[in-house]
Write a protein that binds this ligand. Structure first.
Ligand SMILES: Nc1ncnc2c1ncn2[C@@H]1O[C@H](COP(=O)(O)O)[C@@H](O)[C@H]1OP(=O)(O)O
Ligand SMILES: [Mg+2]
Ligand SMILES: [Mg+2]
Ligand SMILES: [Mg+2]
Length: 329
């Protein structure tokens, strides 16, 4: 199968990073959190997971660059020495060969600028850091992009119930897809137990289950309420952090994921969508931005030609996009 080695390496890297994040989430203390220059939070687990995944990729595919969310500049500052030493500790628990220098070097492998030629990986070591800090949903998201096209994606969702119908049952899922090969889910506890997943077959948008971000700063909750009302949906969207929303639509737990811009100048980052995008497409779903335009991953580190996201199961796609476009008028 094409991309067999890439998939195996990516799955193992995301599984280990998910383990690191789970361990960190259980006992996170103040000294393990930090606010970046843009005021968004970052933790020992974001840095540790990026170091772990990018060092694993560097060993297996030394020629492949990466576009990662984090960089080491804050960790190198004297005032963050304690945060840095904890990052190294967490990373070493999962990979004993990592030392302080190799952690910094691995994190900084994520500085590639992306673009339309060649192949590169894109990583969000923790997508949904705010959810992670609340003890709720988050994802480790890794994708492979070649000539601007997303070819492979792996999503580690450590707090997502394996069976959506058993919310109190086993938690921790790995979702993955390679272009043209379908989408699958496995419990994080046993990657050999993967099963095929697919989107739901709802045809009436009034019956569609919607999901959206918890954060009102990341998506316009008021606008989604008017969209669901216009489509005749009685129930308001359920809220969940991170690319776990792509997981929800990909396995038929929700029919629609809406991300409606709140700030005019905000550009969605490629690492916030690439893995979820390919998993969703391979599960049978459809995706566009809030103007009905296809997502363009070939333009650098952001989706600068797109605004927001509309991701759905196939039969309701057209009517939902139409309602979203109309809601902007
Ligand atoms: N204004 C914004 N609009 C949309 N997404 C945002 C905005 N600010 C941050 N994000 C990103 O949204 C993602 C979380 O998604 P969700 O809200 O669906 O859980 C994070 O990657 C977060 O970036 P960051 O990683 O810098 O916090
Ligand atoms: Mg993110
Ligand atoms: Mg992140
Ligand atoms: Mg972040």
């Amino acid at each position: 199968m094409p991309f067999e080695k890439e998939l195996a390496v990516a799955q193992e890297a995301v599984r280990k990073a998910s383990q690191l994040c789970s361990a960190a989430q259980r006992g996170l203390v103040d000294a393990e959190k930090h606010d970046k220059a843009d005021k968004s939070p970052v933790t020992v687990a974001d840095y540790g997971a990026q170091a772990l995944v990018l060092s694993t990729l560097a060993a297996a595919f030394p020629g492949d660059p990466a576009v990662g969310e984090e960089d080491s500049s804050d960790l190198r500052k004297a005032e963050n020495a304690e945060l840095f030493s904890r990052v190294v500790e967490y990373a070493q628990k999962v990979d004993a060969s990592l030392d302080a220098d190799s952690v910094l070097a691995a994190i900084d492998r994520g500085s590639h600028s992306g673009g339309s030629s060649g192949r590169f990986w894109t990583l969000d070591p923790i997508d949904g850091t705010k959810g992670f800090l609340r003890g709720e949903q988050y994802a480790v998201a890794l994708a492979l992009i070649e000539n601007g096209e997303v070819l492979l994606g792996v999503l580690g969702c450590p707090n997502l119930p394996v069976d959506p119908n058993k919310p109190e049952g086993e938690k921790g899922c790995l979702l993955f897809a390679v272009k043209g090969q379908g989408a699958f889910q496995a419990p994080l506890s046993d990657l050999s137990a993967a099963t095929s997943i697919s989107t739901d077959s709802v045809t009436d948008p009034a019956q569609a289950v919607f999901c959206e971000s918890v954060e009102s700063g990341h998506t316009a909750h008021g606008r989604s309420a008017s969209i669901t009302e216009a489509l005749g949906t009685a129930v308001e969207p359920f809220r969940m952090d991170s690319q776990c929303k792509y997981a929800a639509v990909s396995r038929g737990q929700a029919s629609v994921y809406l991300r409606l811009p709140t700030r005019p100048g905000y550009e969605e980052k490629i690492w916030d969508h690439a893995a979820g995008y390919i998993v969703l497409l391979e599960a049978g779903g459809k995706i566009a931005d809030t103007f009905g335009q296809p997502l363009d991953f070939s333009l650098g580190r952001t989706l600068k030609n797109n605004k927001g996201i509309v991701a759905t199961s196939p039969a309701v796609f057209e009517s939902v996009v139409k309602a979203v476009v109309a809601s902007a008028e």
